[in-house]
Design a binder for this molecule. Structure first.
Ligand code: ZN
Length: 68
């Protein structure tokens, strides 16, 4: 199984249905996209990722420390 967003092949199962083995949730270990086994992810072309796009991503602004 490959990631539907970045095509990476290291996918981790992060959750399973508590009853009946009905679904699982997978998470890509490269871009952190996650999806459920019962859905067919369709990623719009402009949201597909590759190494160049990931390297050029901006970082999330850090949360400043709380005021005392
Ligand atoms: Zn991915």
């Amino acid at each position: 199984m490959n990631c539907p967003r970045c095509d990476h092949d290291v996918i981790k199962t992060i959750a399973k249905s508590p009853v009946g083995e009905v679904w699982e949730v997978y998470c890509c270990q490269k871009c952190w996209y996650s999806w459920r086994s019962t859905e067919t992810p369709r990623i719009l072309a402009k949201f597909l990722l590759d190494d160049a796009k990931i390297a050029a991503m901006q970082t999330i602004p850090p949360v400043p420390p709380l005021k005392k």
